[in-house]
Design a protein around this ligand. Structure first.
Ligand code: ZN
Length: 411
């Protein structure tokens, strides 16, 4: 028998259902997991790494990211962040539209060590206009940019990459076009047989206008945002009945933290009311990476701080998003499956957190990154690589606006 490519010894596997930890040794060969269990595989490996009791998890799956640098000023480089965070599957959530997706495939998907999938923006130009320095123009303010035929053609040409449709249904993105573009987004997703991911935020449209368009398996991202115009809570702090109905019919509630899309107060009230997020994603981009979201681990730490358990947050960043993608082979460790592995070491350390409303939160668990293996390859953090963050004119303006004070008003 030939040597294994890689052997990880002395780790602990985490059972996402019970939280039980058990000794595990992982052998990797040809990009796949060749051995998984408490015992030794009985074969030497070209590289052996001792994990000294660290947690061996499936490679993390981040359902909402922006990793297309040429397609938008929001984009960051997935491999670089993966090497320090354990995220091995990245879903680019609408950075590309039908007119710009070819560059995402040729320049990002095909050149990255990590797996990159895409939810195609309904707008032909994707997020190209996001963060124009001199003016703000939403990608669907002109609804003629919702070219359904082009979206369907791109989805049929690139089924391996395009796994869903993305629509940003908020004032800055589609404004008054919502009544036109929401049904088109529905039609695009149905035409391709893929989930629809809708971002919600500052109205218009309101959340209650958006929810009727979402069905089983669709995704509502930024689910705990604090912006006026309708979050998941009523003014009294209870769950809106339409939200409960959507959850019951199988709409997935996704965090999508981002720069300004998570309020601890909203999240805590929703958790108290029994609405847990189905998936925990980062919405990492050039404006959030230097602030609240250096990586997905920080978002997981945030939900630990909000009272969820380690197995609960891990499941929501591994097998749950994999299931949303219809990829049950991802987000789980199994012999024969892809060798996508995240090794983390939870530490009892304070984590100082602050959301965009100014609310502070102190976590008690830091998730220290140990190792990322993507497709059997160990990703090494690049020493001295420059930060990819960019200041945002829009976020800066938002932070200085009065919107924050409107958060408590009935809507
Ligand atoms: Zn986003």
């Amino acid at each position: 028998m030939s040597d294994l490519d890689l052997l990880l010894t002395g780790g602990l596997a985490l059972d996402p259902d019970t939280g039980a930890r058990s000794p595990v040794t992982v052998g990797v060969e040809g990009g796949r997991i060749a051995h998984l269990g408490p015992d030794s595989p009985g074969r030497p490996a070209r590289e052996e790494i001792a994990l000294d009791g660290a947690l061996v998890l499936p490679g993390l799956v981040d359902l909402h990211t922006h990793v297309y640098r040429a397609g938008s000023r929001l984009g960051i480089t997935a491999d670089r962040v993966a090497a320090r965070s354990g995220v091995t599957t990245w879903v680019d959530a609408g950075t590309a539209g039908a007119g710009t997706v070819e560059g995402l495939v040729r320049d990002v998907v095909e050149r990255s060590a990590v797996r990159i999938l895409a939810f195609l923006n309904l707008s032909y130009i994707g997020l190209a206009p996001a963060d124009m320095p001199t003016r703000e123009i939403g990608e669907l303010w002109d609804p003629r940019l919702a070219d359904l035929a082009a979206v369907l053609r791109a989805g049929r040409e690139l089924p391996g990459t395009i796994r869903g449709i993305k629509l940003r249904a908020s004032a800055n993105a589609c404004g008054d076009s919502a009544p036109v573009v929401l049904p088109l987004a529905r039609e695009a997703a149905d035409g391709l047989g893929v989930p629809l991911m809708v971002h919600v935020g500052l109205a218009p449209p309101t959340l209650t206008e958006v929810l009727p368009y979402l069905r089983t398996g669709d995704i509502l991202t930024h689910c705990f945002h604090p912006h006026p115009g309708g979050g998941v809570l009523t003014a009294a702090g209870t769950l809106r009945p339409q939200v409960r109905e959507a959850a019951e019919r199988g709409v997935r509630f996704d965090v999508g933290h981002g720069g300004a899309s998570l309020s601890y107060g909203v999240a805590r009230a929703a958790l108290d009311a029994g609405l847990l997020p189905d998936t925990i994603s980062s919405d990492i981009h050039a404006h959030s990476i230097g602030g609240p979201v250096p990586d997905l681990l920080r978002v997981l730490e945030t939900f630990l701080a909000l009272g969820m358990s380690l197995p609960e947050v891990v499941a929501r960043a591994t097998r749950a998003p994999a299931d949303v993608l219809g990829e049950p082979g991802l987000g789980r460790l199994a012999v024969g499956g892809p060798a996508d592995i995240a090794v983390l070491r939870p530490a009892d350390e304070p984590v100082a957190l602050r959301d965009m409303t100014g609310a502070a939160l102190t976590g008690r668990t830091r998730l220290r990154h140990v190792l990322t293996v993507a497709g059997g390859r160990v990703l090494r953090p690049a020493a001295g690589a420059p930060d990819e963050g960019r200041p945002s004119s829009w976020l800066h303006r938002f932070e200085n606006s009065d919107e924050r004070t409107e958060l408590e008003t009935p809507s």
